[in-house]
Design a protein around this ligand. Structure first.
Ligand code: T4K
Length: 398
């Protein structure tokens, strides 16, 4: 039932608006029958992993879809980042944004490489190339740009810096499958790019990820590295890890690949509903997607200006959670405020004013095939009620 006053809000006296929790990152699942058929085939043939037919088909399918020479499927994007970092010979210091999922930083630190956190452009939420230049030291060996929300980094500027300063350039494209940058599919930029196919991503393989690259030698090395470094039967030439994707994940991926257009159109439509129903609300803004590019619209990201709304982002999250709308504070705090980085670099926040500001302002709302126009209208009506009564809510929250 529609809520009309602050008293109706679940955090105070009311009942939760939604009986079931609405999640950010509810998985998109393609044709169930096909998934089951493929899994049955895997079980019948008793080939579960280690270079199976479905991983092979998925890799070729992604290469074709992206228009990139090599796709190497990996068990998840964190391991894929780790392998790509090692294969690229990154060491010493690598420049990364702090405004990212912790996996980007951990993939470096795990290998005793220092992530040097760099500030972002407040408009794009991505690495600010001018700041990148300032963070380079004699120990710097690479840059990892993250295409946050699927909106591409300034790939031209970062490539130019990497080229001029002789640095390796990797992109964490965990959010950016099926997105473009200047009309070109993300996946072909830098030395390599890494996708995540985790269950919460718009395209998933249950758990999974991939490294994509146009560099033949690099692809060869990564293929070996993800399989313990085996170059021949019972022979390794360098250190490797077990980064293989299994056949069931690949079967899920192949099936979801067939429904990609549908997933994108649902997300795009949902984004449009949010635009419509949040229009005119003072103090909040929905991130903008450039109409000349392609996106997967997986992240519906709001920025809250607490000066205008009288409420902080965290106040809003508290109220929404009580209504069973599980809005998520990606990425808050920034990596530099998480351990071990907070202890290693206690003052790094001084160099990251835009990151600190944004990490206080953003929140992601539910989308995907699990929500439709009705739920989105109801979520937006609740947000409107909260913002229109900001002062009273703030007082009562205290
Ligand atoms: N780089 C970037 C920029 C990334 O964003 C990520 C991952 C990575 C690298 C590393 O990729 P992977 O190694 O994971 O392939 C989630 C995901 O676990 C993580 O993959 C993702 N980024 C990150 C942005 O979000 P959490 O902590 O939000 O997960 P969780 O369990 O709270 O789930 C979020 C929501 O989704 C919940 O409301 C529940 C719902 N959910 C989740 C799962 C797994 C479902 O409804 N069903 C499910 O199966 O991290």
């Amino acid at each position: 039932m529609k809520k009309n006053s602050v008293d109706d809000l679940a955090f105070f006296n009311g009942n939760p608006f939604f009986l079931e929790q609405l999640h950010v990152g509810r998985p998109n699942i393609g044709n169930r029958q096909k998934i089951e058929e493929r899994i049955n085939d895997i079980l019948d043939r008793k080939w579960l992993t280690n270079g199976g037919k479905y991983v092979y088909e998925l890799e070729r399918g992604i290469e074709q879809f992206i228009g990139v020479k090599h796709c190497i499927a990996i068990c998840n994007a964190t391991v894929a980042l780790g392998i790509a970092i090692r294969a690229l010979g990154m060491k010493g210091e690598v420049i990364v944004p702090s405004f990212t999922f912790i996996a980007t930083a951990h993939a470096l630190q795990w290998q005793e490489i220092t992530p040097v956190f760099c500030d972002i452009d407040p408009q794009t939420h991505n690495l600010d190339p001018r700041q990148v230049e300032r963070m380079i030291t004699p120990r710097t060996t690479g840059i990892i740009g993250v295409h946050v929300w699927g909106r591409a980094c300034d790939t031209d500027a970062l490539s130019e810096i990497a080229h001029r300063r002789n640095l390796r350039l990797l992109f964490d494209a965990a959010h950016a499958f099926a997105c473009t940058s200047k009309g070109k599919m993300i996946g072909g930029f830098g030395d390599a790019e890494v996708f995540s196919f985790h269950g919460t991503k718009f395209f998933n393989t249950l758990e999974g990820g991939a490294v994509v690259t146009n560099d033949d030698a690099l692809a060869h090395k990564i293929r070996l590295m993800k399989n313990f470094g085996f170059t021949n039967y019972d022979q390794t030439d360098y250190v490797g890890i077990n980064g293989k994707m299994n056949e069931v994940s690949a079967a899920m991926g192949l099936t979801n690949l067939e429904s990609l257009d549908e997933f994108i159109s649902v997300n795009h439509r949902n984004y449009g509903f949010y635009q419509t129903y949040l229009a005119g609300l003072n103090g909040i803004s929905l991130i903008v997607y450039d109409q000349t590019e392609k996106y997967n619209y997986q992240y519906v990201v709001l920025e809250i200006d607490s000066q205008k709304t009288g409420l902080t982002r965290d106040d809003l999250v508290t109220i929404l959670h009580a209504e069973n709308i599980l809005a998520r504070r990606y990425f808050s705090p920034g990596c530099h405020q998480m351990e071990p980085y907070r202890s290693y670099f206690p003052n790094s926040g001084l160099l990251l004013p835009q990151t600190e500001r944004l990490a206080q302002r953003v929140l992601c709302l539910p989308t995907g095939t699990a929500v439709g126009e009705m739920e989105i209208r109801q979520i937006c009506e609740l947000i409107r009620l909260v913002l229109e009564n900001g002062e009273e809510i703030k007082r009562r929250l205290k």
